[in-house]
Design a protein around this ligand. Structure first.
Ligand code: FE
Ligand code: FE
Ligand code: FE
Length: 239
């Protein structure tokens, strides 16, 4: 509950706007325990909608003061350095999620080369998390506690396909597609981070970020080659 604040006055412009709305004068921003600390896990709710979402929200009408969550960690970025920290925290969360998702992709893969590719990338991912720690150290910054909701969604989509498609070359092709979406997200994230790091004059951090960027690109290429040369032809022969 440490991310919860009780205040008489809202502290953010966005909350002010919501609170002053006539139609929804009872709107509050609330985060329930275990809902994560990312800004995107905050939601605006009205008393009307509380009834429908009773499982997710507490009835705020019973709480005398304005209650909302505003973690210092998720304050809006004001500088490029803030943006760098936010982006680094986001990809840290994404990488952590991938350490749990990659073994599942490996287990669901039928093609042994594909399985091996995921196992190899899992090892690399552990190294990438260590690199983020080194970036944090070299820049003298602190990561924010937040969840990359984009990666959460990408992982969920992959999981859905694993649950729906029969094991075999077609599922392998689907898994490659899902994994490549995740890799492309990482490529964009590390590209942005390297550019921000360069602007901030963080040479050591840029070097580390570019190393990871190359690993992500190499994995993406490896998956493309596997899909084109091995898995798609096999999947096509099944139709
Ligand atoms: Fe990664
Ligand atoms: Fe993200
Ligand atoms: Fe990756």
């Amino acid at each position: 509950m440490d991310a919860f604040y009780q205040e008489q006055q809202p502290r953010m412009g966005a909350i002010n706007q919501h609170s002053s709305s006539n139609e929804h004068s009872d709107i509050r921003r609330v985060r329930l325990p275990n809902a994560g600390t990312s800004r995107s896990s905050f939601e605006s709710v009205s008393a009307r909608s509380l009834l429908k979402k009773s499982e997710r929200y507490v009835a705020l009408a019973t709480i005398p003061k304005v209650t909302y969550a505003l973690s210092e960690d998720t304050m809006a970025a004001k500088t490029l350095n803030d943006l760098f920290i936010h982006a680094l925290s986001d990809i840290y969360s994404a990488e952590k999620q991938l350490t749990k998702a990659l073994p599942k992709l490996a287990r669901a893969s039928t093609n042994p080369e594909l399985r091996q590719a995921f196992e190899t990338h899992l090892e690399e991912t552990h190294g990438q998390i260590e690199r983020i720690d080194q970036v944090v150290e070299s820049c003298g910054i602190k990561l924010q506690r937040l969840k990359c909701v984009a990666m959460e969604g990408l992982v969920e989509e992959g999981q859905e396909q694993i649950g729906e498609i029969e094991r075999g070359p077609v599922l392998d092709a689907a898994i490659i597609g899902a994994a490549q979406k995740a890799e492309h997200y990482e490529i964009a994230a590390y590209g942005t981070l390297a550019a921000l790091g360069k602007q901030l004059g963080q040479e050591q951090a840029v070097k580390l970020l570019l190393e990871t960027l190359e690993e992500e690109k190499a994995t993406d290429n490896k998956l493309t080659i596997l899909a084109e040369q091995k898995i798609s032809p096999e999947a096509a022969s099944k139709s």
